[in-house]
Write a protein that binds this ligand. Structure first.
Ligand code: ATP
Length: 233
């Protein structure tokens, strides 16, 4: 579905991605893990054509480098950015509605109801302003809003960042549920354990290079991943 070949990104002198190759198969969960500054967010920016790059990014045979970000969005790519960024002064309901801004069909209300089923907390708080929700609730809202665009590929930038362990567990269970509804997911995470546990396939990024890849479960048991990312000896 998504095929990244020899992706290079330079930021005024910094070689942030050094020729990475990465594939996301339809209906899979792929996790890209790595430490701060490894180049994870840069990978997502390149996919959305929000930064200049060399190399090829294809989506079901289409070349994304020649498309504008808004047209890539129309192809069905949705990004849940790091730090959530919900609209603080809009209610939960209005935030969800905005996620569907590019849709013209009549099923928007039905989809809001299914988001409320996935996240009962959002239903409970539908009239509350986004900015007054807790960190975990804002993450739920950011994911819910992204789902309102009915994405083919949902990309998430560190959904667990700054959340308490129990909430992280909830969020990852929800990501699994969303995946089982048929959404393909590319997950960027520093929380290697949670991300690899749910991944069909995983990649480990270190200072701009993919140093390891394999099935999620296999990577979880890899000695190098264990010592560098899971804090195990
Ligand atoms: P984190 O987990 O901390 O968000 P990351 O793996 O997502 O890290 P990136 O944000 O992709 O890392 O950054 C990769 C490298 O590129 C870093 O060294 C960063 O300082 C650098 N970088 C990112 N954006 C820019 C920019 N606009 N200009 C210059 N350098 C940048």
């Amino acid at each position: 579905m998504l095929d990244i070949k020899d992706l290079n990104v330079y930021y005024s002198g910094i070689h942030a991605l050094k020729g990475i190759n990465l594939k996301v198969k339809e209906n899979s969960i792929v996790s890209l893990i790595g430490a701060n500054g490894a180049g994870k967010s840069t990978t997502l920016k390149a996919i959305m054509n929000m930064t200049k790059y060399n190399g090829n990014i294809d989506f079901s045979g289409k070349k994304l480098s020649s498309m504008k970000t808004k047209d890539i969005v129309k192809e069905g790519f949705t990004l849940v950015p790091e730090g959530r960024r919900v609209f603080s002064n809009l209610t939960v309901y209005e935030n969800l509605l905005l996620g569907a801004y590019s849709r013209k069909d009549k099923e928007i209300q039905k989809d809001i109801n299914s988001i409320y089923e996935i996240f009962p907390r959002l239903k409970e708080r539908k009239e509350q302003k986004g900015g007054t929700m807790s960190g975990g609730e804002q993450q739920m809202l950011a994911i819910g809003r992204a789902l309102m665009s009915r994405p083919k590929l949902l990309m998430m930038d560190e959904p667990s960042l700054g959340l308490a362990p129990l909430i992280v567990k909830d969020i990852f269970n929800i990501i699994k549920d969303i995946h089982s509804e048929g959404v393909t997911i590319l997950l960027i995470e520093q929380n290697a354990k949670a991300a690899l546990e749910i991944a069909d396939y995983g990649y480990v990024l270190e200072t701009g290079n993919i140093v390891l890849e394999g099935e999620g479960k296999a990577l979880l048991h890899d000695e190098r991943v264990k010592s560098a990312y899971l804090g195990e000896e």
